[in-house]
Design a protein around this ligand. Structure first.
Ligand code: ADP
Ligand code: ADP
Ligand code: MG
Length: 669
């Protein structure tokens, strides 16, 4: 066995590999770029070597720097993680030349599987069922049209060197093939430095189901069941699970055996993944093989009890697999959520910055379930623009799917991330989605269920009662603590009354306290909008996470102070709340709501400037696009045009006049 290995990666996967190596008693070497000086993987490793600037192309992707770092530290082997150098055969060869072991497959297998066209040919020869299509490079649009007509529409034009969900485009008819072909080729060239594209059948509404294989250097190959990764956004995985709710034993065995056959055909060793798409009738088609550890490997580890990184290291050291196919048992259910620094409310735009708060849920046992969080960050760490915006991979395991999903919802609701935007609200809403809960999935799930993007979800009646209970309990606990300070004025929201009104968004919810104690733990019977609920929590002032029970339901939610109230986040809901006395609520309802001004009937001066000319007169009908006025600012004339058809009502400005920004130049009728 090795005594020291180097991890040629960063982030959560570097940390993940270090954990196993450490458990095996192997010393670890991290590498880091300028942007990662203070990163978690550097801190976790026994040694760390600086490999250059932040840009991946000048650091993490430079094979020579990794090899130098091995020589400098005496690392005998390299684990590449995923991404970066993990699928570069030339990197393995370079390591081999230096007598350093690559913890992964041999270059031959990487070469055979790294290219989509070549791997399809290989798979087809190994009797693996592949997506119908042409097994070769397509040279021009005419050829593509001919092939597409033979396959039947719709078809997919794919870059042979593509990866990470990029470099593919759907064509529903001949015209789209003609238009799409050249663009697909030039995109392939610019993204992957390789313009070879091919055409295959586009399988409508498929599921993405993949088989984990594991092979050693002695000819032993096993498959460790499947993972379903149908929850995708733009062909990229967002949430995964194992096993798949769709597969029966026969299909699982057939897919497993074909995957093993493919692995044997390329003399595969180490861990690898054979990806398939599966149609409604459970016909399955090979997509590609990933010759590396997969992002979503933890769900397989959770249902098989096998540490894939450990097996990769053992296989690389020449050991035999310690189990045969008959020893592999799938136990229970596991779900993974990829937590990304992206804004779900703004079309999942990447978000960068400092994690001002990072409090993942407790790992380990949670009732019947197990929580695992693979992460590469810590509170105060920075999510930079240079790398994958992944914050963590949160996994839950339970004996059955419904319990694992429930545990995931709970874990997400307790996952506190502040300082940047993140997709936890989206994932949390997903866990409540009826179609996801029923397991009726397809790769089109997100596009179909969230056609206009993800919008804040509105609470239903029972959720409103729960939110009101959380807001009121927190407010009472806080007021109770204030009581313990001497010499202070009593405020109207002190807990001496039993009738309250909780404002949630624009709703007012009447709550009466029936019986209980405002202590820690808090326990109170409440009448919430006519329903009697017992509310229990051990929440303390200042904690971002509220845990407790409302009625019979265990609840984990988050509280953040805002002006005159708190924001509550739960199950993908985000609601502003205020706790009021009934009298305050009465007055609160009368408070005028400050609406953003309606400027649709005004022409405002867009910048401080001088009116050069007014092009219209009062009462004039103007068509959209016609000039209304010209304003000079910074020595530039700005033409202000009508945004729609309108009639001029009042004109407030004259040529020669100086105006401030937002001054009203004219009003429309
Ligand atoms: P998985 O199936 O493990 O989710 P993905 O295809 O989503 O794999 O990619 C995993 C990681 O590898 C991601 O960080 C992705 O950005 C990176 N990756 C995959 N293919 C490529 C590629 N061709 N070039 C660069 N990065 C890639
Ligand atoms: P990558 O290397 O980027 O991971 P894949 O070939 O694995 O590329 O495809 C990624 C995703 O794109 C799949 O999970 C699936 O959702 C979709 N996809 C790819 N090929 C097809 C196809 N022929 N028909 C339908 N969907 C496809
Ligand atoms: Mg893929």
């Amino acid at each position: 066995m090795f005594t020291k290995i180097l991890i040629a990666n960063r982030g959560e996967i570097a940390c993940r590999v270090i954990k196993t190596a450490r458990r095996m008693g192997i010393a670890t070497v991290a590498v880091y770029s300028d942007a990662d000086r203070d990163a978690l993987h550097v801190e976790m490793a026994d040694e760390a070597v600086h490999i250059g600037p932040a840009a991946a192309a000048e650091g993490y992707l430079v094979a020579e720097k990794i090899i130098d770092a091995c020589k400098k530290t005496g690392a005998q082997a390299v684990h590449p993680g995923y991404g970066f150098l993990s699928e570069r055969a030339s990197f393995c060869e370079a390591l081999e030349k230096e007598g350093i072991v690559f913890i992964g497959p041999k270059p031959k297998a990487i070469n055979a599987m790294g290219d989509k066209i070549e791997s399809k040919k290989f798979a087809s020869a190994a009797n693996v069922s592949t997506v119908p299509g042409y097994l070769g490079v397509i040279e021009n649009a005419e050829h593509a049209e001919k092939i597409a007509a033979e396959i039947g529409y719709p078809v997919m034009i794919k870059a042979s060197a593509g990866g990470g969900g990029k470099g593919m485009r759907i064509a529903w008819n001949q015209a789209e093939v003609r238009d799409g072909f050249d663009r697909a080729r030039s995109e392939a060239k610019s993204s992957f430095g390789d313009d070879r594209v091919f055409v295959e059948k586009y399988v409508v509404d498929p599921r993405h189901i993949e088989i984990q294989v594991l092979a050693d250097a002695h000819g032993n190959v096993v498959y460790l069941g499947e993972r379903e990764c149908s929850i995708q956004r733009r062909n990229q995985k967002v949430a995964e699970e194992a096993p798949s709710p769709f597969l029966d034993e026969a299909t699982r065995a057939a897919m497993g055996e074909q995957s093993v056959a493919l692995a044997r055909a390329v003399d595969y060793q180490s861990a690898g993944t054979v990806e398939f798409i599966v149609d409604r009738d459970r016909n399955f088609y090979f997509l590609e093989m990933n010759t590396r550890l997969q992002v979503e490997h933890p769900v397989t580890e959770l249902i098989t009890g096998i540490d894939l990184v450990e097996q990769m290291i053992r296989v690389a050291a020449g050991e035999k697999l310690p189990f045969a196919q008959k020893d592999i048992k799938l136990n229970g259910w596991a779900v993974e959520s990829r937590i990304y620094a992206e804004d779900p409310y703004r079309n999942f735009l990447p978000s960068i910055g400092r994690l001002t708060r990072y409090r993942p849920p407790q790992e380990g046992k949670a009732g019947n379930a197990i929580v695992r969080n693979d992460t590469g960050v810590f509170e105060g760490a920075e999510i930079s623009m240079y790398y994958d915006p992944m914050i963590a991979k949160l996994c839950t395991w339970a004996p059955a799917r419904a319990e694992a999903v429930e545990a995931m919802g709970e874990a997400l609701d307790g996952f506190v991330v502040d300082g940047i935007e993140h997709n936890v609200p989206f994932l949390s809403a997903l866990m409540k989605h009826p179609r996801w809960r029923e397991g009726r999935l397809s790769t089109g799930f997100i596009a179909e269920e969230y056609p206009d993007g993800f919008a804040p979800v509105m609470p239903d009646e029972s959720q409103r009662a729960t939110l009101a209970a959380i807001a009121l309990s927190a407010s009472l606990i806080e007021a109770n603590r204030r009581e313990t300070f001497a010499d202070r004025l009593r405020s109207a929201t002190d807990p001496l009354r039993d009738h309250w009104c909780v404002r949630l968004g624009d709703d007012y919810i009447d709550v009466r306290l029936l019986d209980g104690l405002v202590t820690v733990p808090f326990e109170m019977e409440m009448d919430i909008a006519g329903e009697t609920l017992n509310v229990v929590t051990d929440w303390r002032p200042g904690e971002p996470v509220w845990r407790g029970k409302v009625g019979k339901q265990p609840v984990t939610a988050q509280l953040r102070p805002i002006l005159n109230g708190v924001r509550l986040d739960w199950q993908g809901l985000s609601v502003k709340s205020k706790v009021l006395t009934p009298r305050h609520a009465e007055l609160d309802r009368l408070m005028p709501v400050k609406l953003p001004p309606d400027t649709s009937k005004l022409l405002l001066c867009p910048m401080p400037g001088l009116v050069v000319s007014i092009a219209v007169t009062v009462g004039q009908e103007v068509k959209a696009g016609e000039t209304l006025a010209i304003v000079e600012a910074m020595k530039m004339e700005n033409v202000l045009r009508a945004e729609r058809d309108l009639v001029v009502g009042v004109i407030n400005a004259k040529p020669g006049e100086s105006l401030a920004v937002d001054a009203v130049i004219m009003e429309f009728a």
